[in-house]
Design a protein around this ligand. Structure first.
Ligand code: ZN
Length: 342
């Protein structure tokens, strides 16, 4: 008996050393068991080999039967688990295909997202203003996360000088309108979503576009558009995730006046003088910074849609990339705000 166990362990170790699959190693042990069983039944009683094994043929069969029951119980459990998982997920999510379930599996297994959260993402409509530094990672991660409908508005075309940070665009697409370049990249990443490109500059007449969306992300590069997006979002009663960058510093918050939290203009009542805050083109910006803050915009959107955790409502996060420092500033709505006050 001890002899059989020792040979089995040796066989298993040798198999592992040779990188043989577990099934092959089990088969070798089963073969050894079978050979011993045959020997016990064929050899006459009192034979030296039978004496070495030290087990009666009946006992040997009983041992094999017990092992078979344990193994088939384990196999049965594994099979039941593999069947139960997709059935459970599809019951929660309804219309997801098997490919989508597999694609979003790492979301679905998160307690805070799960099947219902992924369904909310699929049904969500998010509008992104700007397909530049902040828009690029935000759009990519929204698409990958499975946000069902993503609108993107921008009047610019891809320029060589954008490619140091705007990772959604490529060298081959220089000269192409950014919204179409972003659309190509998003659908290449995830064909299970709808992308709506708006190749135009955001202006007052774009108000009705916001009605088609649940959340607005503002990654534009100038104060005029930033204040305009805020006015349109407050008028439409939509939450706004707005971010901005200068050189090594980024800031981001979720403004939701309809929920009683401050709007962008409550926190920034007046645009600074143009010469005080130079644009990225004038002052420069470190390449990975838009990636950090843009990905945070997508993350805040995912949290707002699924209801996971705490969003940046009423809180402004400032990230100083040069010294790897993060600060949070609490913000309150202003009763004298010309956009949301009164
Ligand atoms: Zn306000």
């Amino acid at each position: 008996m001890i002899w059989f166990l020792m040979v089995s362990v040796a066989l298993w170790s040798f198999g592992a050393l040779m990188k043989a699959p577990r099934s092959v190693r089990w088969a070798m042990i089963a073969l050894l068991y079978g050979a011993i069983a045959l020997a016990l039944f064929v050899l006459p009683a009192g034979n030296p080999l039978a004496a070495t094994i030290g087990v009666a043929p009946g006992e040997w069969l009983l041992l094999g039967g017990f092992a078979a029951i344990v193994l088939s119980y384990r196999q049965g459990l594994t099979w039941l688990k593999s069947r139960a998982r997709p059935a459970h997920a599809s019951a929660q999510t309804g219309t997801f295909s098997t490919t989508e379930l597999d694609r979003y599996a790492r979301h679905i297994m998160l307690r805070e997202v799960g099947g219902p959260g992924q369904k909310k993402l699929k049904n969500a409509r998010v509008l992104v203003v700007g397909a530049g530094g902040l828009g690029a990672p935000a759009l990519q991660y929204l698409a990958a996360a499975g946000v069902g409908t993503i609108g993107v508005i921008d009047d610019d075309v891809v320029d060589n000088s954008n490619l140091q940070r705007q990772v959604i665009h490529t060298d081959a697409r220089i000269g192409m309108p950014k919204v179409f370049s972003a659309e190509v990249a998003m659908l290449a990443q995830n064909p299970h979503i709808t992308v709506r490109p708006y190749h135009r500059r955001l202006n007052e007449s774009c108000a009705e576009i916001l009605d088609d969306y649940d959340i607005v992300l503002d990654g534009c590069d100038n104060f005029d558009t930033r204040y305009l997006v805020n006015r349109l979002a407050v008028a439409a009663g939509k939450p706004l995730i707005a971010a901005a960058l200068t050189q090594w510093e980024g800031q981001i918050s979720l403004y939701d006046a309809a929920a009683g939290t401050p709007c962008y203009q409550c926190v920034f009542p007046k645009a600074p003088a143009a010469d005080l805050v130079p644009s990225c083109a004038e002052a420069g910006v470190i390449g990975p910074l838009p990636g950090v803050i843009g990905a945070m915009m997508a993350l805040e959107a995912v949290k707002a849609i699924t209801g996971a955790g705490e969003t940046l409502r009423s809180r402004l996060m400032i990230y100083d990339a040069l010294y790897a420092d993060t600060r949070i500033i609490n913000a309150k709505p202003r009763t004298d705000c010309p956009v949301c006050g009164g």
